[in-house]
Design a protein around this ligand. Structure first.
Ligand code: SF4
Ligand code: SF4
Ligand code: FES
Length: 260
């Protein structure tokens, strides 16, 4: 067997790769202290590798909870970078600090009393008009949200636009940490999305019809039948149910329409 063929042996290749992975350590700085961590880890995993036990600044580990906001700077780079620690992989010589929480003004309100009037938002968050349109917030957003545009929409009284632009906000607070005007953008956006969902988007009539049918007892008999079924049979029924296809159109209906 030639040397080339020997290298095709998967077990040997795996061992070789494993050794390479073990050997490849890169230096990073966490809160100013130097550590050597395996290349390819996320910042979060690298911190854990370095000995940190994360009970704050760590949540979903999937880029959706906003708990792991992080800032870092590379040597020689004037620019402070932002990232989610659970998503960003480490790079050599990164100087890293986590910002799991950033103190920001959050208005108190009784949502029931709110309409969709822009003046209500202005009253709750008058600092909205301290925005100097510097766009630092947009540059700081790990979700790629046009933060300044959403703030501008709010200033113009366009709550729907602000809600839609900020739809992917995960409340990490990094925009707020960089704001010259001391705005708490993410709290404002949350209010906008609440108003949008409750007061602006038209009510879903089919949902109201379904709730009415449930309240009128249309499904009581079916539920009673299910309650009599043994656990194994119930699991089988669940596994064999007709699931809605991922790409189902608006008019999709199951073959068995008894429960509609
Ligand atoms: S808008 Fe602000 S709080 Fe929301 S994800 Fe972007 S940086 Fe984080
Ligand atoms: S960082 Fe603050 S002041 Fe600058 S554009 Fe964003 S909201 Fe306005
Ligand atoms: S841990 Fe939830 S976004 Fe990173």
């Amino acid at each position: 067997m030639s040397a080339k063929e020997k290298n095709k042996n998967p077990a040997k290749t795996a061992v070789k790769e494993e050794k390479q992975i073990e050997a490849k350590l890169i230096p990073i700085y966490i809160m100013g202290k130097r550590y050597e961590v395996p290349e390819g880890l996320t910042i979060m995993k690298a911190m854990e590798y370095a000995g940190y036990i994360l009970i704050r600044g760590c949540g979903c580990r999937g880029g959706t909870c906003g708990a792991c906001g992080t800032v870092y700077r590379k040597p020689g780079d004037y620019k402070l970078q932002v990232a989610l620690a659970c998503q960003k992989t480490v790079e050599p010589d990164m100087y890293i600090a986590q910002i799991p929480f950033f103190p920001a003004n959050r208005a108190l309100y009784d949502f029931v009393g709110l309409t969709a009037a822009p003046e209500e938002v202005f009253k709750l968050y008058p600092e909205l008009f301290r925005c100097v349109a510097c766009n630092s917030c947009t540059k700081a957003c790990p979700q790629g949200i046009e933060v300044m545009d959403a703030i501008s929409a709010l200033k113009q009284g366009n709550i729907a636009e602000a809600a839609q632009l900020s739809f992917d906000c995960i409340q990490c607070g990094l925009c707020t940490s960089r704001c010259f005007g001391e705005l708490a953008q993410y709290h404002m956006f949350q209010l906008a999305r609440r108003i949008y969902g409750a007061r602006i988007v038209p009510r879903a009539e089919h949902l109201a019809e379904m709730v009415k049918a449930v309240n009128e007892g249309k499904y009581d008999r079916f539920l009673d039948e299910l309650k009599q079924v043994k656990e194994d049979e119930l699991k089988k029924l669940y596994q064999e149910r007709e699931a809605e296809p991922m790409a189902a159109g608006e008019d999709w209906k199951p073959k068995d329409t008894r429960y509609l």
